[in-house]
Write a protein that binds this ligand. Structure first.
Ligand code: HEM
Length: 299
């Protein structure tokens, strides 16, 4: 952060400039009413600034803006003055005003003051040095105000960013933990399917050939889909996208297995027709999703 001395050095603002501004004080005083009127006419002409004015204590606001205007010509520009400017930026952020309107308003003030000098000083050189002193002072004001403005806005973003990134990290870890648990659960279920497959094979050796083969086939299908599911989950853990197609595939395979078992159980026709119908619908859904994925591939 700069001191007022730094600022004066950077803008080449000399003691002579300070004295020149002091000489403008009586003229500013004389035109104070006009300044206030024009400034507020301007602020009320813009819907955004008018809305802020309508929500403020107008008399107090007018006094603050008039005091600031007169402070431009006080002749003493020390760190106390700088603190006053710093406060202004903060005050406007709190009032919910975009810095854009501070810049635009400063442009109007500049026009007003330069016009005042042009209208009241006939000497060209005098006009030039007065204009320069005013320009430097307004630019220094805008510099400090916008710096404190940015700081105040950064503070707001920084606090929410910290909270945001904490929440995002916590949620990401939680989701990662859940995915990990899911992969472990899938591995556990897969082991059960392997056991089921062995059990089905045992049926073949016990002489129940047809049941054994069909059930083993069903279990193998499920095992194959479990592998697909785990593969999909692992990809997900590594940052890949969730692939819904695998899940539809799992349901299809489960349905095929159910149909195989249903024929073995010799279920009635309605049950078998219901299973076949469900399988057909799942097949159509699978086709539609895979078709959509071809158009918008999953990473
Ligand atoms: C170059 C432009 C401007 C300057 C130099 C300026 C100056 C000031 C000053 C000195 C204060 C008092 C700050 C304090 O000590 O607390 C203030 C407050 C305020 N200004 Fe401005 N102002 C400018 C532009 C605007 C604009 C465009 C608006 C739009 C409506 C505005 C609205 C306000 C409001 C609402 C407050 C009161 C904040 C509070 O209640 O604390 N100002 N302004």
């Amino acid at each position: 952060m700069f001191t007022m001395q730094d600022l004066r050095a950077h803008y080449l603002f000399s003691d002579q400039d300070a004295d020149l501004l002091l000489t403008l004080q009586p003229l500013a005083e004389l035109n104070l009413e006009r300044f206030s009127r024009e400034f507020y006419d301007y602020l009320y002409s813009l819907p955004e600034t008018a809305a802020i004015l309508n929500n403020s204590n107008r008399a107090r606001l007018r006094e603050m803006h008039i005091n600031w205007f007169m402070s431009l010509f006080c002749g003493i520009y020390d760190n106390h003055y700088m603190n006053h400017l710093t406060r202004i930026g903060h005050a406007h952020v709190k009032a919910g005003l975009s810095v854009h309107f501070v810049n635009a308003a400063m442009n109007q003030i500049r026009h007003f003051l330069l016009g005042l000098i042009d209208d009241n000083y006939s000497d060209r050189e005098q006009r030039r040095i007065l204009r320069e002193a005013v320009e430097k002072m307004l630019d220094m004001n805008l510099d400090v105000m916008s710096t404190s403005y940015r700081e105040e806005e950064m503070k707001k973003v920084f606090v929410s960013r910290k909270v945001e990134s904490f929440l995002i990290k916590a949620t990401e870890r939680f989701t990662y933990g859940l995915n990990l648990a899911l992969v472990l659960a899938l591995a556990g279920v897969s082991i059960s399917v392997v056991i089921l497959f062995i059990w089905d094979i045992l049926h073949i050796f016990r002489g129940d050939m047809e049941k054994g083969i069909l059930s083993a086939l069903g279990s193998l299908l499920i095992l194959w889909m479990m592998i697909e599911l785990m593969d999909n989950e692992i990809k997900n853990l590594k940052g890949g996208k969730f692939n819904i197609l695998v899940f539809i595939g799992v349901i299809i395979v489960a349905m095929i297995r159910e149909i195989l078992i249903s024929t073995l159980r010799k279920d009635d026709l309605t049950t078998q027709a219901f299973l076949a119908g469900t399988l057909l619908i799942l097949g159509v859904v699978y086709y539609l999703v895979s078709h959509a994925q071809k158009e918008h591939p999953v990473a």
